[in-house]
Design a protein around this ligand. Structure first.
Ligand SMILES: CC(C)(COP(=O)(O)OP(=O)(O)OC[C@H]1O[C@@H](n2cnc3c(N)ncnc32)[C@H](O)[C@@H]1OP(=O)(O)O)[C@@H](O)C(=O)NCCC(=O)NCCS
Length: 167
């Protein structure tokens, strides 16, 4: 695995970086529950996440210059079933450098080796060809299509649900 990135656990001080993208429609349309956040709402959310035992959120930094380039997470961790839901975001100016692929690789390592999960799952729009391409490269398999799972801009959209299971 490449080693250009550092994943650091989320902290309150990341809020400035997060506010730069958390209200950008092109980014957040990809996340079902992002409906626009003020700074104080975001801070409340960060505090909630920091207390949660079922969420592990990481800020992604470039090793070469320490610059913030995104966020990734395993959420909805089920200790009984040993599964969790992953999510990824890379800042626009850093797209196309293989950073998402590398960050998800690190995230899967954390999920399987440190959190001892059995299964990691996620969803993406059926139209998000770029995300689906990366997930397939990393070994995710399609579990099915979630019909009309996401209501956005006046109509329903289908999502792909995908999974990678610990080998
Ligand atoms: C999706 C996202 C995380 C990808 O980040 P990234 O760092 O640009 O991705 P990478 O550089 O690691 O990989 C891009 C890959 O997609 C391919 N790709 C780019 N556009 C594509 C398209 N339209 N169709 C298919 N593949 C495409 C690239 O060729 C590359 O694959 P390759 O390395 O095999 O050539 C980023 O665009 C993002 O944050 N988007 C907004 C949030 C989001 O959609 N998150 C995922 C929600 S499920």
């Amino acid at each position: 695995m490449k080693n250009r990135l550092i994943l650091k656990p989320l902290k309150k001080g990341d809020i400035g970086n997060i506010m730069n993208w958390v209200n950008d429609p092109e980014i957040v349309k990809n996340f079902q529950n992002f409906k626009g956040f003020t700074r104080s709402e975001e801070l409340k959310f960060i505090k909630k996440i920091l207390k949660s035992k079922n969420d592990r959120v990481f800020s992604i930094f470039r090793r070469s210059d320490g610059k913030y380039i995104g966020q990734c997470a395993i959420n909805q961790i089920s200790p009984q079933n040993k599964l969790g839901r992953f999510g990824i975001f890379i800042t626009k100016e850093n797209w196309g450098n293989g950073f998402a692929e590398e960050a998800i690789g690190h995230l899967l390592h954390i999920a399987f080796s440190k959190l001892k999960l059995h299964k990691v799952w996620g969803v993406c729009w059926v139209t998000n060809k770029k995300a689906w391409h990366i997930y397939q490269k990393l070994g995710f398999k399609k579990e099915g299509i979630l019909k009309d799972e996401y209501y956005w801009h006046g109509r329903y959209h289908d999502l792909i649900r995908m999974t990678v299971i610990k080998k």
